[in-house]
Design a protein around this ligand. Structure first.
Ligand code: COI
Length: 380
């Protein structure tokens, strides 16, 4: 019989003696460590020799909470700390952990007024994504109300005009207990915010993209169009490899033909040739960007011919300009794309189409240009 002396749960982030020492992985885990860990937990009050009292003849695959669970944490150094047992129960989780998420921005106008850009579009996109993932979702009114409340409560964090924006992150996650494959019995919707400047370390300077041929983001019938963390995690390997080689981000090709341009890790892509602006269609493998949609509308207003069509990667050889769009990214010029060791360069700068569209969009978002489209909401 193991002596168990005290109970601390995960929420208290308790670590005992040697638990503070880091260890290299599972191999160094010993039964001695196991018994010393058990000693920190509250006794379950039951004998280890008996089976729990329940109907063992009708055991299905539903979650039956047992007495203990084990957890250990790993931080930036990639080494798991000594873990520990605790009573089975809820865990503490950062609100900025993954799930089905959205991203939108609030700006501070010159007159001090706060504006939100297109929150209804984010609400609708979350609803579409939640349906695909079999999750309940907040109504558009609930979503916008939560975003407004969060923004106003964090008003002092909205940067001064011209200095950035408040990035608002609504998150929907399965938070209830489930063991088998089924929709979560409980979901949590939360909203948090953070002041942000430029997304890329390049600032507003042109991006250098790398075309990825080995890894793909999504395939038809999958969830490539859903803004969920499982849709971003697959890009991390390609992204870190490209960054270590000095590129700003990765441009992905379609998974079937390995030929058509899809999107960049964090944003949509546009290609400019004369008066024609082309962008891949939102057919389920790419994200239906709110900024993408706004830029299409602004470009049409300016008289450009906008085509949503499949773009063979070879077409980039003849492109005059390429740019990216996204809430975080806004509208970012692409200076070069490297594909199969060939570097293709594009026009950038003040006279570019990208610059024209960027100024108009940001002008509307920040209140410098009158919003005739009803895209912004003033809040107080
Ligand atoms: C956004 O643009 O809002 C995003 O969610 C991109 C994210 C990868 C930062």
């Amino acid at each position: 019989m193991i002596q168990r002396s005290c109970f601390r749960n995960l929420v208290q982030s308790f670590r005992v003696g040697s638990a503070l020492t880091k260890f290299g992985g599972y191999n160094s885990y010993t039964s001695q460590a196991a018994s010393s860990l058990l000693q920190v937990c509250e006794p379950s009050g039951y004998s280890d020799d008996e089976c729990a009292a329940m109907d063992w003849d009708n055991l299905g695959f539903g979650l039956i909470p047992t007495d203990y669970m084990y957890s250990m944490k790993c931080y930036d150094d990639q080494i798991f700390e000594q873990g520990q047992l605790s009573r089975y129960g809820k865990i503490e989780l950062s609100p900025s952990a993954g799930g089905l998420f959205e991203g939108l921005k609030a700006y501070r106008k010159e007159n001090g007024q706060l504006v939100l850009f297109h929150p209804d579009q984010n609400a609708i996109r979350m609803q579409i994504g939640a349906k695909r993932m079999c999750m309940p979702y907040p109504s558009t009114d609930q979503f916008i109300d939560a975003v407004k409340q969060t923004t106003l409560a964090n008003k002092r964090w909205v940067p001064p005009p011209g200095k950035g924006s408040l990035y608002i992150r609504p998150l929907l996650m399965g938070s209830g207990p489930i063991l088998g494959l089924a929709p979560a019995p409980e979901c949590t919707f939360l909203v948090f915010a953070s002041p942000v400047g430029n997304y890329f370390k390049e600032g507003l300077a042109p991006l250098n993209l790398y075309v990825e041929s080995e890894f793909h983001r999504a395939t038809h019938g999958g969830a490539g169009g859903v803004k969920t963390i499982s849709n971003y995690a697959p890009v991390l390997k390609a992204l870190s490899r490209a960054k270590s080689r000095g590129f700003s981000d990765v441009l992905y090709l379609d998974a079937v033909n390995k030929k058509y341009v899809e999107e960049v890790s964090s944003c949509n892509i546009f290609v400019v040739n004369g008066n024609v602006i082309s962008t891949p269609p939102t057919n389920g493998t790419i994200l239906a960007g709110v900024t993408r949609e706004s830029i299409i509308e602004i470009a049409c207003d300016y008289g450009y011919q906008v085509e949503e069509r499949r773009i063979p990667v070879d077409e980039l050889l003849d492109a005059e300009e390429v740019f990216c769009t996204g809430t975080a990214v806004v509208v970012a010029p692409v200076g070069s794309i490297t594909y199969q060791d060939r570097r293709i360069e594009f026009k950038t700068g003040a006279q570019s189409v990208c610059s024209e569209l960027y100024s108009t969009l940001v002008g509307i978002q920040t209140g410098l240009i009158k919003d005739k489209k009803g895209w912004t909401i003033e809040i107080q």
